[in-house]
Ligand binder design. Structure first.
Ligand code: ME8
Length: 514
């Protein structure tokens, strides 16, 4: 039983036949944002990502180059390990399915299923898609293709099966008892109706190739890549060592982030396998939507695959992170375009948030030599602003709890816009000209307090920009106990501290120059 103050968050493990693109970056960034949020809330967080390196798809990809399979996956996995640095992910571990620790875990998990009478040997005859690494029923095949559009081939081979059909009723009961197991709700309904249509036993081994984990006791079979892959979530916690502290502390997982393409594996097969192995089921599967690029499906043949590194080089990492989470309500499909990215950067980061920080910092520098003014008695205008901060702060917390990132960002932007408006109304530049120093101090002090709060609220999403602002305010995110307190509840900024230098955070982008 995981500890209540611990949170385990995972991304899918990505296939190494391809290089990382904006879709992989999206899932990883979303998971990172939630991990950072819970750490700010003082939870102990274990955040896992990694690579899926076995199976027929990978073996096939290797054939196109001169490396042996292990060398190939070693090289390709590095692209995803680099991605964690490029995206500033705060992952605690990086799991690779070709590693020995994982192979041991898969074999133990298999043995557990087998010992529990959940596995039998038979023959599989049916359709298989190498691209999806999935078995399909006859009824699912449309014009000779999988429902995903992937090519399929007819397979007839000796195979071990998992008694998935035995778990149909228990799964339906499980969904009923855990109505928030799958998010968003529309996906939950989709999964329930899929299971209600009836479940067949699942083929869980292959014999027509050998790149995988050998089945314990029958080396002519390799474990089906999805059984192998799903087990990664246990491996990283030290499974099969049941005394492993991480396993005790962090299992069951709180959040498995996945794209909607792999929901069935996580929301149907995975809980059934875990129940069959006598283990606890994860708390939540979060299935996000699909990104297209300039309204087209991303594909190598179209040549429109977006490489995260290129976008980050051109526009900046925090700008990229912000855009992905801001642009679409989490769960919906989205369209990636540089025009949309530039609009978000200019209107929200540069003109709104960046402008607020710039104007308040520069007025403090100009009028008080950068020294943070002491707290003054507040007037109605400040009280109103503080109320808005408090309301939006509660909204932000609710949104994070329900993993609604774009709505959480709405609530931050709401504070920023109201603070800019407050400054427009109170006109600190006029107060300075008229020598109303106490009024000027009051306005700048409150504005700086709001900037502190906003930087903290933004931290999970744009961590490096937030860290820079907080550093300029002589604060650090690690030392900010009570960090979510609103600006009215405590004066958090030490008066008489001098604001440090801060480079322009979000330069405005000229569309014509890109
Ligand atoms: O499925 N839009 O790996 P994978 C949004 N190895 N997200 C996208 C995307 C897009 N256009 N393209 C990819 C696998 N993704 C398995 C997972 S887990 C035990 C095993 C993201 O490399 C999204 O999260 O094909 C999707 O689920 C995942 O990448 C698929 O990555």
């Amino acid at each position: 039983m995981g500890n209540m103050s611990n949170i385990y968050i995972t991304t899918p493990i990505y296939y190494v036949n391809d290089k990382p693109h904006v879709g992989h970056a999206y899932t990883s960034i979303a998971s990172d944002v939630l991990a950072r949020f819970y750490r700010l809330k003082n939870y102990e967080v274990f955040f896992l990502t990694g690579t899926d390196e076995h199976g027929q798809k990978i073996q096939q990809a290797t054939k196109n180059n001169n490396l042996n399979t292990q060398e190939f996956v070693d090289n390709m996995s590095l692209n995803f390990q680099n991605l964690t640095k490029i995206l500033n992910l705060s992952n605690n571990d990086f799991i690779r399915t070709s590693s020995q620790r994982h192979i041991n875990a898969v074999r133990s998990f298999w043995e557990k299923l087998n010992n529990n009478g959940q596995v039998y040997l038979d023959k599989y005859s049916g359709w298989y898609s190498i691209r999806d690494e999935a078995f399909y029923n006859e009824e699912e095949i449309v014009d000779g293709h999988a429902p995903t559009g992937a090519p399929v081939e007819w397979v007839e081979e000796s195979s071990y099966f998992f008694k998935l059909s035995d778990w149909e009723e228990k799964l339906l009961k499980f969904y009923e008892d855990n109505p928030t197991f799958i998010q968003p709700k529309s996906r939950y309904n989709e999964v329930v109706s899929f299971v209600k249509q009836g479940l067949k036993d699942l083929s869980i081994s292959r014999t027509s190739f050998d790149w995988g984990v050998k089945v314990p006791g029958d080396e002519s079979h390799v474990v089906y890549v999805w059984i192998d892959a799903l087990t990664n979530y246990l491996t990283a916690l030290g499974y099969p060592d049941n005394d492993s502290k991480s396993l005790k502390d962090f299992w069951p997982a709180n959040f498995h982030f996945v794209g909607k393409d792999i929901l069935r594996f996580h929301a149907v097969y995975w809980p059934a396998l875990l129940m069959a192995a006598g283990m606890e089921t994860p708390k939540k599967i979060i299935a996000h939507g699909w990104w297209t690029v300039e309204k087209e499906k991303m594909s190598k043949s179209l040549g429109n695959v977006v490489n995260p590194q290129d976008i980050i080089n051109k526009y900046g990492l925090d700008q990229f992170r912000y855009f992905l989470l801001r642009e679409v309500p989490f769960g919906n499909d989205g369209d990636f375009s540089e025009d949309a990215l530039i609009s978000r950067i200019n209107s929200e980061l540069a003109n709104n948030f960046g402008n607020l920080v710039n104007r308040v910092f520069s007025m403090t520098k100009k009028n008080f030599d950068g020294v943070i003014p002491e707290q003054q008695e507040l007037k109605e205008e400040e009280q109103n602003l503080i109320n808005i901060c408090d309301e939006n702060l509660s909204e932000y917390m609710i949104c994070f709890k329900s993993v609604e990132f774009s709505k959480a960002i709405d609530s931050i932007i709401g504070i920023v816009s109201m603070t800019n408006k407050y400054i427009d109304n109170t006109k600190p530049w006029t107060l300075a000209k008229e020598g109303k120093i106490d009024d000027l101090k009051r306005v700048l002090r409150v504005s700086l307090e709001v900037i502190r709060l906003v930087s903290i609220l933004f931290y999970p999403i744009i961590p490096s920009s937030s860290t820079k602002i907080l550093k300029a305010l002589n604060l650090s995110i690690d030392e900010e106990a009570n960090c979510f307190a609103g600006p009215g509840s405590i004066p958090s900024l030490a008066a008489n501290n001098r604001i440090g230098d801060l480079d322009l955070l979000f330069p405005k982008i000229d569309k014509n120059l890109t």
